[in-house]
Design a protein around this ligand. Structure first.
Ligand code: PEP
Ligand code: MN
Length: 337
């Protein structure tokens, strides 16, 4: 249920509604918009149905929400969420670019990649220190040593760091080094992990599951918001379809759909979506044209030598070209790079 307060509702009236909800064991999320305050109610469905809120002062109406997610919906919050990561904002009128290798492989590789993506104009450095690999025999990541290299690269370049957290146990160590926590595709429905990052104060980049519907993806985000962390950025990274030429199928309609039904920022990962470096540039342009708030792109100093995802990684030169070409697309949709 969503409770719409009168535009002149006082703090006391809002507090009273929250107090009444809490007394019957319901959770209230207050969203103060420019023109009105909305209270999202979560908890036991029966309690919500029995709760007669419209008699309370300052309440205009209550709306039963049929979708199973609430806090992430535009009904709950009309304005776009803008996530601030140490001064870099995601979800406003700037297209944000995150770039770097699939995996942190060595200090030299990472520092070189960081320097190159910074020079090309990226704001974030990506790189996995914990790698969820399909084969248990594939490179699994440098773990904490890799996180230290990421932090060193941040200090050297000023780039913000986004890196994957694969389980609840490693949240403290990853949060210690990273500016933003990435939840990978394979973990999109790991509800314990979602709840745990929801109790953490770092922004979360939530990748869409390999075969997740838009509804399941938004519900995964709802898990994080319902635990108190509003700083979630969605990432479309391609879904499984019958097509085998590409690694996945980039679902650009999901970007436009999610921008309609949710206030959360959405970025696109054209690297994992296609699996083919030559397709990264055209899909990046298409993503921005479709309304994406940013990109996350794999870039490796020497893709042929990469320990993971070399085929989809751009060389620094190709990444620089990409950065030179997306500015005009951003401008065409009223944004800047
Ligand atoms: C990644 O970004 O490194 C990654 C593993 O992506 P995904 O979870 O989308 O497969
Ligand atoms: Mn990868």
């Amino acid at each position: 249920m969503i409770i719409v307060m009168n535009s002149r509702a006082t703090d006391k009236e809002i507090d009273l509604v929250v107090e009444r909800l809490t007394t019957v064991g319901l959770k209230a999320h207050v969203s103060r918009g420019a023109s009105r305050t909305i209270i999202g109610v979560i908890g036991d469905k029966k309690q919500i149905t029995n709760f007669n809120v419209e008699t309370l002062p300052g309440v205009v109406k209550s709306i039963a929400v049929t979708d199973d997610y609430k806090l992430v919906s535009r009904e709950f919050q009309e304005e776009d969420t803008i996530v601030d990561v140490g001064g870099i904002t995601i979800g406003g009128n700037q297209v944000v670019v995150m770039a770097g290798p699939c995996a942190v492989e060595s200090r030299e590789q990472l520092l070189m990649a960081a320097d190159m993506v910074k020079k090309a104009g990226a704001q974030f450095l990506r790189g996995g220190a914990y790698k969820p690999r399909t084969s248990p025999y594939a490179f699994q990541g440098l773990e904490e040593e890799g996180l230290k290299f990421l932090a060193e690269a941040r200090d050297a370049t000023g780039l913000k760091v986004v890196t994957e957290v694969i389980d609840v146990e490693s949240i403290p160590v990853v949060s210690h080094y990273a500016d933003m926590l990435q939840i990978g595709s394979r973990n999109m429905q790991n509800y314990q992990l979602l709840k745990a990052v929801g109790r953490n104060n770092k922004p979360v980049l939530l990748k869409r599951g390999l075969s997740a519907t838009i509804n399941e993806w938004l519900n995964a985000a709802e898990y994080i918001l319902s635990e108190g962390n509003p700083n979630v950025i969605l990432c479309e990274r391609g879904i499984r379809t019958f097509e085998t030429y590409t690694r996945n199928t980039l679902d650009l309609s999901a970007v436009a759909a999610v921008k309609n039904i949710s206030h959360l920022p959405v970025i696109v990962d054209p690297s994992h979506a296609t699996g083919i470096w030559r397709l990264v540039q055209p899909m990046s342009k298409a993503a921005i044209a479709a309304g994406a708030d940013g990109l996350i792109v794999e870039v490796h100093p020497d893709p042929a030598q990469a320990l993971s995802d070399g085929k989809q990684s751009l060389t620094p030169e190709n990444f620089t070209t990409l950065m030179g070409e997306i500015g005009s697309i951003a401008a065409a949709v009223g944004k800047r790079l």
